[in-house]
Every structure is written in structure tokens, then in C-alpha cells.
Design a protein around this ligand. Structure first.
Ligand code: UT7
Length: 332
């Protein structure tokens, strides 16, 4: 039976920086409040003409190069995004495939908000283990600044832009295989975090973003409480199901939504600070891009070594959530 191995990581971080002090001039907030309640200090913002696909392409180029694979080798490309280049089509994945010169591969987007990267990881694993595909390029890319209402202090302090990508390939070696991926959802809570209109459910005739409500709306505190409870349980479940103790985890790489959520889950699992990967202060919440951007961070700092075990977890709009146990398995 073929297994799926996590071979490489790449990321792209746009150059624009939005600080808490910048936000103080835009909405009724303060650096102190944002820092205390979220842990965020800065977020990166893409240029006006920089699309989600541009960022995804750059992250993917790095991941492909580090894996030593060429465009021709890729037979599956999946992009997790809630801020696609185009409202309906083409998919951001198709645009990225074209940018990279990938011809003929299956390419599509998925919409699972902040859990997007866990979802695309599970898709790559399933296609590879079934034998249908051999080399997958998975991407989380977001230009959340395009769907953020910068007059709403409940959301605009949280979100940023960026992209991350990983190459997952088929292997016969079980030791390097992705151990498990959990994915789940509960649409009963859809209204907690949503872009209420602008789609086929919209009651508006025009697509003026403000009127059509294409911006994100969030019931932050309710989402926060469900996130902590659900993630703590989900992470306990995946560890228990695979008979792995939390001290065997080399890197806990959570979705970077809020430092307090990460801390609560980390404490519940008795994880040590050095096991927990944190990028939230620098990049804020980049939804589907946040986990691969965080993995890339430890890779570039030289902290992620071959054979080390990562525990990933994420929670987001849908509601969706998931977790994964992933050994880092570069070719060399
Ligand atoms: O990534 C996908 C999933 N998303 C999440 O998991 C995010 C979950 N939510 C959160 O991270 C937090 O709920 C927030 C950071 C959004 C808000 O933090 P909170 O501790 O839950 O605050 P709150 O919404 O309960 O608001 C507390 C107070 C309120 O004032 P009153 O009613 O106590 O007078 C808010 O109006 O803080 C006020 N407030 C602010 N004050 C200054 C809300 N936003 C701000 C702000 N600056 N930006």
C-alpha cells in the first residue's frame, strides 16, 4: 500500500506591515488591548495588485525546489483559500498551476476557512494512499485584507495575508508516512464566522462589497470558547487514537488565530513552551495559510529536522476543525 510523506515546505510573506499602532488610527482599539487579548503585534498585507494566486505561486515554487521536484512531476494541486482570486472561477489552484507550468494535473480549491490546510493535507493523503495520485502540491494562500472590514475592530485586528505550500509524495516506507489526519465540521454554527452575503444566498442585487456584505463577520467570543473546547478534545483524540503521548511531539503547530487559544490547548495537553510553534505575533491570523507559514518558519530557523513529529491543529469558519500527526520526511 502506498503511504503519503510530507517532503517539503515553502512560504511567501508579503512585504506590507500593518502594526497595532496603525490600527489604533483606524478603529477604536489599542496596542495594549490587541496584545493582551490576541498576542498579535503585526500582520503582513499584500500589495493592491498582488493576488492570492501570486502569493500561493511563490510559496509553491519554494516547496517544489526544496523537494527537488519539477512542475511536470505534480499530478495533484489543491489550494485552501477563502480569498480566491475570482469569485467563482477559475480556481486559484488553476491559476497557480498555470503560473508554475503544471499541465494536466487535477487542480481545485477547497473552502474550509482556517482549517483549510488540514483539509488539503487529508485530500492529498487520501489520493496518494488510494494510488490515484503520486505527487501532490498543497497550498494555503490568503489575501484576507481583501475581505476584511477595516471599520470593524472585532475582526480587522486579527487578519493578515500570506501563503504556504507543501509537497506530499507517495512512499512505500511506513516510517515516513503521515500518521493520521482528523477533519470535521458543524454547519449548525455557520453564522459564527461568515461572509454573510455576496454569494447565491445574497439578498443584494449589486456586488458593492460593503452593501453585499462580502466582508468577514465574526462572533468572536463564542467562536473563541468553542475553538478552545473543540481543539483540546480533537487533539486529545488524535493522540489517543494513535497511542502517542504529547511529550513525543517535537513541534505543535497550531493554527495561529489567537495566542490565548494556542496557550489553552497547549496547557491542556501539558505541552512545553519549546514544543509550541508561535508566529501569531508577527503574522496574525492568515486562515488557511497560517499552518504552512508556521512550519516554514521553524524550517527556515533550522529547527525542523528529518524524522521529527509535528502535531497540527486548526479551527475555523464552517465551523470546521481538524488535526494531523505528520513526520517531516524530506528526501534528503
Ligand atoms: O481563526 C478562526 C477562528 N477564529 C477564532 O478562533 C477567533 C476567536 N475569537 C477571538 O480571538 C477573540 O474572541 C477576539 C480577539 C476576537 C475578541 O476577544 P475577547 O476576549 O473574546 O473579547 P470580547 O469579544 O468578549 O470583547 C470584550 C470587550 C468588549 O467590550 P465590553 O462589551 O466588555 O465593554 C468589546 O467591545 O472588548 C471590546 N473589544 C475591543 N476593545 C478594543 C472588542 N474588540 C476590541 C478591540 N479593541 N479591537
Amino acid at each position: 500500500m502506498p503511504y503519503a510523506a510530507f517532503r517539503s515546505i515553502g512560504a511567501y510573506v508579503p512585504s506590507g506591515v500593518l502594526t497595532n499602532h496603525d490600527l489604533e488610527k483606524m478603529v477604536d482599539t489599542s496596542d495594549e488591548w490587541i496584545t493582551k487579548r490576541t498576542g498579535i503585534k503585526t500582520r503582513r498585507i499584500a500589495a493592491k495588485d498582488e493576488k492570492t494566486s501570486d502569493m500561493g505561486t511563490k510559496a509553491a515554487e519554494v516547496a517544489l525546489k526544496r523537494a527537488g521536484l519539477k512542475a511536470d512531476d505534480i499530478d495533484l494541486l489543491v489550494c485552501a483559500t477563502i480569498s480566491p482570486d475570482y469569485f467563482c472561477m477559475p480556481s486559484t489552484a488553476s491559476v497557480i498551476a498555470s503560473n508554475l507550468g503544471i499541465k494536466g494535473a487535477m487542480a481545485f480549491d477547497i473552502s474550509a476557512a482556517c482549517t483549510g490546510f488540514i483539509y488539503v493535507l487529508s485530500i492529498a493523503k487520501a489520493f496518494i494512499e488510494s494510488g490515484m495520485k503520486k505527487n501532490a502540491l498543497i497550498i494555503g494562500a490568503e489575501k484576507l485584507s481583501a475581505i476584511t472590514d477595516y471599520t470593524d475592530r472585532g475582526t480587522c485586528i486579527l487578519f493578515g495575508d500570506g501563503a504556504g505550500a507543501a509537497v506530499i509524495t507517495s512512499t512505500e516506507n511506513k516510517d515516513e508516512a503521515i500518521i493520521d489526519v482528523h477533519t470535521a465540521s458543524d454547519g449548525d454554527y455557520a453564522d459564527l464566522l461568515m461572509t454573510p452575503n455576496g454569494g447565491s444566498g445574497s439578498v443584494h442585487d449589486d456586488l458593492d462589497k460593503e452593501k453585499a456584505g462580502c466582508y468577514m463577520k465574526m462572533k468572536g467570543n463564542e467562536t473563541f470558547k468553542i475553538a478552545v473546547k473543540t481543539l483540546t478534545q480533537d487533539v486529545r483524540d488524535i493522540l489517543e487514537a494513535n497511542n502517542i503521548h504529547s511529550d513525543e511531539i517535537d513541534h505543535f503547530v497550531p493554527h495561529q488565530a489567537n495566542y490565548r487559544i494556542i496557550k489553552a490547548v497547549g496547557d491542556a495537553l501539558k505541552l512545553k513552551d519549546e514544543q509550541v510553534v508561535l508566529t501569531v505575533s508577527k503574522y496574525g491570523n492568515t486562515s488557511g495559510a497560517s499552518i504552512p507559514m508556521a512550519i516554514n518558519e521553524i524550517y527556515e530557523e533550522g529547527k525542523l529536522k528529518k524524522g521529527e513529529l509535528m502535531l497540527l491543529d486548526a479551527f475555523g469558519g464552517g465551523l470546521t476543525w481538524g488535526s494531523a500527526l505528520v513526520p517531516f520526511a524530506p528526501f534528503s
